[in-house]
Design a protein around this ligand. Sequence first.
Ligand SMILES: [Zn+2]
Length: 367
Amino acid sequence: MPELPEVETIVREIGPRLEGHKIVRARLKKTDVLRRVSKPRLLRTLTGNAVEEVSRRAKHAVLRLASGHRLVVQPRMTGSLIVYDRRPTKDETKYAVLTCTLEDGRFFLYRDVRRLGTLWLLDEKGWAAYTSRIGPEPLEETFTPFVFAERLQGTRTAVKKAIMDQRRLAGVGNIYANEALFEARIDPSKRTHKLSLDEFARLHAAIRDVLERAVNSSGTTVRDYRTGVGERGRFQFELKVYGRAGEPCVRCGKKLVTTHTIDLRATTFCPTVTVLSTSSSSGICVCPYTMISARGNAACSLCGVGWPNWSPCVTTIAKPSSSTSATCGRRERSSRSSTLPYTAVTGASVSRSVRISGFPTSPPCRM
Ligand SMILES: [Zn+2]
């Protein structure tokens, strides 16, 4: 199923080609994809309406129309959204479910081979109810480790299941749940309420990192997914665990293991998943006080000092003290980092941090 990066890719590609354009004709071949709308009402609403904005919510593409309605498309396994500058060929329209002709003669198609996807037409009120049932967007700036922990706290299910629950977190499905848990070095079957604060922070950073990299690679094509211009994604070449059962772990060389016992879907992980390496340069460093994270090779966003090989430094950062030269990992921090006033950089995130009980409230680390 297309997850967040795939739908984001589609939306970014078709958005500029649809926004501001008027639908002059709409045809619907099959009605079994429709939700909350009849065929006559859908066609009546679309015809003569203009697309004002194309956006994404969780794994769905959302077309906001001039009338205030939203056409919500969930492509699921085999659906795709494509804009054609010319009349599509017979082959291209073979599985077209919805075909819209634009005022400038171009075509907008929703195609779905097995028709597992759905089309919803919602008014303002329907949309508000719809979107309120979905969790926060992981790539939005407001999605902090604190928001993440708040959403998951008290959940007793396996953490993999919890992060795929769209009511708790939007857009993450099986592929990226597998990848993020591997990157964060967390056992996918671990009960969510047993996660430490460090683990929440690592998982938060890993989810964002994996999703961002996948968006930059136009998503993952394992089967049917195509981008909004009909091309394959490229993130399948960067997958570290998903679909790699039996292959060697990229971190330790041990054979990756697959289980279906967590959620009946394939969960692939490294048997040494929870063993924290101190030598890898690809791990994520997280400061437990600022919750600011960086990949192993990245520079600290607070002070700009590089963090090579601090992986994961969260376990080795000393408790903050009046000392200005704490050490992290094997590397002594440069004293110049302590001259940078912490609040100048992080601003509001500090006050947010004190709201969740259990998170440290005392002076943030000055890295
Ligand atoms: Zn491994």
